[in-house]
Ligand binder design. Structure first.
Ligand SMILES: C[S@@+](CC[C@H](N)C(=O)[O-])C[C@H]1O[C@@H](n2cnc3c(N)ncnc32)[C@H](O)[C@@H]1O
Length: 260
């Protein structure tokens, strides 16, 4: 994938410097933003995407897509949990205040944000994400998210982002290191067709879960391993998963559970 860092057109020395530092950190080229539209800039240099440093956020722009971190959906789920509603993800993980969870497939940290709210200040959330761009969007998004209430800021500060594959990370962990280990692999068939989901799919790793990985996750967890999938489009039977929560309708979200 050909990608470079640039800034918005309304840039200044600080923003240029920030973009140059990000390019170094991600080990990709920096290009000075001329007075071109993003589409023209992409076509001119034959890029697939440009990582655009804006004043308040970082956006990965394709010809027709924008990918950036935002906690929109998580905020709704957090509110629902706080109002006492049952959320299948919490029923499946049985997370409580003070628990620790390893989110092996961090992505844009939507689920981790929900976990972080439930485990609170005394708990911990570690998220592994193998793709360096997705990990970077999440790390910066979580760190810089200031456009919210104080509580949300506390939750975002409570998540440790690790840019590493879960295979490598799990191998390095001692037995019983986390209460829960969680996986949300990429769906084989996306349930929505939108340009932002398609660009996310371009960056994300699509590897499938294996029995070997689940054994490793069981070793590392104290209580259970939880896997998010779609009802009717999953490998739960092949992976020996018999217990699950959520979605009754075909295509809806379902959480498989393996108790330790
Ligand atoms: C469906 S997304 C996760 C979405 C996330 N739960 C959320 O709420 O935002 C799956 C993510 O897992 C990542 N991933 C896939 N295989 C991985 C691996 N072996 N190690 C770490 N991350 C992986 C993908 O790159 C992708 O970002």
């Amino acid at each position: 994938m050909k990608i470079a860092v640039t800034t918005t057109r309304e840039t200044d020395d600080n923003l240029n410097l920030k973009a140059i530092e990000i390019a170094k950190e991600l080990n990709i080229p920096y290009i000075k933003r001329e007075n071109f539209s993003i589409k023209k800039a992409i076509l001119k240099e034959n890029f697939d995407y440009l990582l655009v440093v804006e004043r308040d956020k970082i956006v990965i722009k394709g010809e027709d897509s924008n990918l950036f971190w935002h906690p929109n959906m998580s905020e709704l789920r957090i509110k629902s949990i706080e109002q006492g509603n049952k959320e299948a993800i919490i029923e499946a993980t049985k997370l409580c205040e003070g628990d620790s969870i390893l989110d092996c497939t961090l992505g844009l940290a939507g689920d981790s944000l929900v976990f972080s709210t439930v485990v609170g200040e005394n708990g911990s959330v570690v998220g592994t994400e193998v793709n360096k761009y997705i990990a970077y969007l999440s790390k910066c998004g979580l760190e810089n998210y200031t456009n919210a209430n104080d509580e949300i800021i506390t939750y975002t500060n409570n998540i440790k982002v690790v840019n590493e594959s879960y295979e490598d990370y799990l191998l390095k962990q001692k037995d019983n290191s986390f209460d829960v280990v969680y996986f949300d692999p990429m769906f084989k068939k996306p349930n929505k067709k939108s340009t932002s989901i398609n660009s996310f799919r371009d960056f994300a790793d699509h590897k499938e879960l294996t029995n070997e990985i689940l054994d490793e996750a069981l070793r590392v967890c104290k209580k259970r391993v939880v896997i998010k999938e779609r009802h009717g489009f999953n490998d739960f039977e092949k992976l020996g998963i018999k217990k699950y929560y959520g979605g009754k309708k075909k295509g809806s979200i379902i959480y498989g559970v393996i108790e330790k």
